[in-house]
Write a protein that binds this ligand. Structure first.
Ligand SMILES: NC(=O)c1ccc[n+]([C@@H]2O[C@H](COP(=O)([O-])OP(=O)(O)OC[C@H]3O[C@@H](n4cnc5c(N)ncnc54)[C@H](OP(=O)(O)O)[C@@H]3O)[C@@H](O)[C@H]2O)c1
Length: 441
């Protein structure tokens, strides 16, 4: 026991002060998010928390000042007090184990005090307290996408108006990522191309299970059905053909998430027709649908709800033993990397290893398992969703994506018209919301 204690003290002594400070801040943020999550699942706390949900209209303007102030006393002040109480825990642990630099663990308490004082100031109606201290609830247009690591206004809006049982995080998105609540699929209208294929059907099935309203986009003749507990459930099916993507324009207006999943593999064929077909189906039809979908992003709500997921393949970085499949999928992958620099909504890439399907009868993974993993990672807000048995892809793909993205940023110009079609380019709003200003710069 004495040996263990001295080992812990020695390890503790080697932790830099900066790490102790940052950990204590992260700790209180985790406490905040846990308290918030609990508030949605425990009716006693929800009775207090519901005041926070009564305050805002869909544009985040406040319904009445008195409700806003009351919500601070019922929700924000108790939340800060709980954070303050738990902020003492790291200090207590350090004290018990005799770890030096215990004062550094007070950083979390000091940090929490700023939130407590902010909540009290807002509760008492001190002028400008809300503007200065309540940045994720400021009204006005959105100028950036929901952020990946830090909660911004577009991220938090979804907690109020997309799904109150998701997007719980308050400052860092870590807790949502861990709980799988960083993207809600519930009630989202999700369209999948290549819907009658192996992965297409599995995606539709698992999306349906998660509460999404699924739409099958198929180039086949048959309406698409999915197998739910042994019985065939018909899915809303829309027919389309490569080359006639624009005919889908009006239907895409109604879609929240478009999953571009269709694809072919001409294997060893290297004729002129095989080249044309591979690029037309695998590259250009997906690119045309991507652009068409971008045009449907018109409002604040579109910016935060709409997404495109593009199934490019592990062939972006690894051989698929099919040159035209690799060439056409790599071309698609690079176009997506280029265009998502300016995308008006979230664009995810899906990078898959070999799974069994009509396209790849010798694939090792099952399409059902692959579909489950894709959704699992999307709900954790992975923007590059890698599902494979090849460990090299987990290194090669992020590295390649980072280098290509950097190269494209350096040697291409920002598309001037990004979000130009969105409402209200009022400069005063731009100033107030400088946090969300990235996309319009
Ligand atoms: N299987 C693998 O090992 C693997 C690995 C990495 C990535 N992928 C990618 O995963 C996606 C799904 O493939 P899968 O393995 O599930 O193969 P699949 O069962 O053959 O499904 C592909 C679907 O794409 C659609 N499609 C095929 N030719 C088309 C055309 N000319 N025009 C429009 N749509 C066409 C068809 O669906 P509709 O008839 O409903 O339109 C077809 O069922 C593809 O993009 C593929 O490249 C597969």
């Amino acid at each position: 026991m004495v040996v263990l204690e001295s080992a812990i003290t020695a390890i503790g002594a080697s932790i830099p002060v900066g790490i102790i400070v940052l950990s204590s801040l992260l700790w209180v943020e985790i406490v905040r998010d846990c308290y918030h999550t609990l508030s949605h699942h425990w009716s006693f706390l929800y009775r207090l928390h519901v005041w926070h949900h009564r305050v805002f209209r869909r544009d985040l303007s406040v319904i009445t000042d008195s409700i806003y102030r009351q919500a601070q006393w019922y929700n924000d002040v108790p939340e800060s007090l709980v954070m303050l109480l738990f902020s003492l825990l790291p200090w207590g642990v350090m004290k018990i184990w005799g770890i030096p630099h215990q004062w550094a663990a007070w950083a979390g308490s000091l940090y929490t005090l700023t939130f407590l004082l902010g909540a009290i100031a807002r509760g008492t109606g001190i002028a400008y307290a809300d503007e200065l201290t309540d940045v994720t609830h400021r009204p006005g247009d959105f100028y950036s996408l929901p952020s990946r690591w830090f909660v911004n206004r577009p991220y938090h809006w979804r907690h109020h108006f997309d799904n109150q049982n998701a997007y719980y995080s308050g400052t860092f998105t870590l807790v949502d990522k861990l709980m799988g609540t960083a993207l809600s699929l519930k009630n989202k209208r999700i369209a999948v191309t290549g819907a009658s294929g192996s992965l297409g059907r599995s995606l539709l099935k698992h999306l349906h299970t998660k509460g999404a309203k699924v739409i099958a986009l198929t180039s086949g003749e048959q309406n698409v059905t999915i197998n739910i507990n042994g019985s065939q459930l018909p899915v809303k099916t829309i027919k389309w053909q490569v080359g006639s993507e624009s005919e889908l324009a009006s239907q895409l207006e109604q879609v929240d998430i478009l999953i571009l999943n269709h694809g072919i593999n001409v294997h060893g064929n290297r004729t002129a027709e095989a080249i044309a077909k591979s690029y037309e189906v695998n590259t250009f039809s997906s690119w045309r649908l991507l652009e068409l979908f971008f045009q449907t992003v018109r409002s604040n709500e579109d910016i935060v709800r709409k997404e495109v997921w593009v199934n490019t393949s592990e062939a972006e970085v690894n051989p698929a033993f099919s040159p035209l499949y690799e060439l056409s999928k790599r071309a698609l992958g690079e176009i997506v990397t280029l265009r998502r620099l300016d995308a008006p909504c979230v664009v995810r890439k899906i990078i898959l290893g070999p799974f069994k399907s009509n396209l790849n009868p010798i694939g090792v993974m099952s399409p059902d398992w692959v579909a489950k993993q894709i959704l699992n990672l999307a709900q954790r807000d992975f923007r590059n969703i890698i599902v494979t048995i090849n460990p090299l892809t987990f290194i090669a793909f992020p590295l390649k994506e980072f280098l290509v993205t950097t190269y494209f940023k350096l040697f291409s110009n920002k598309a001037k018209d990004v979000l130009a079609h969105l409402p209200n380019d009022d400069q005063s709003t731009v100033k107030t919301n400088s946090v969300d200003h990235k996309l319009r710069k």
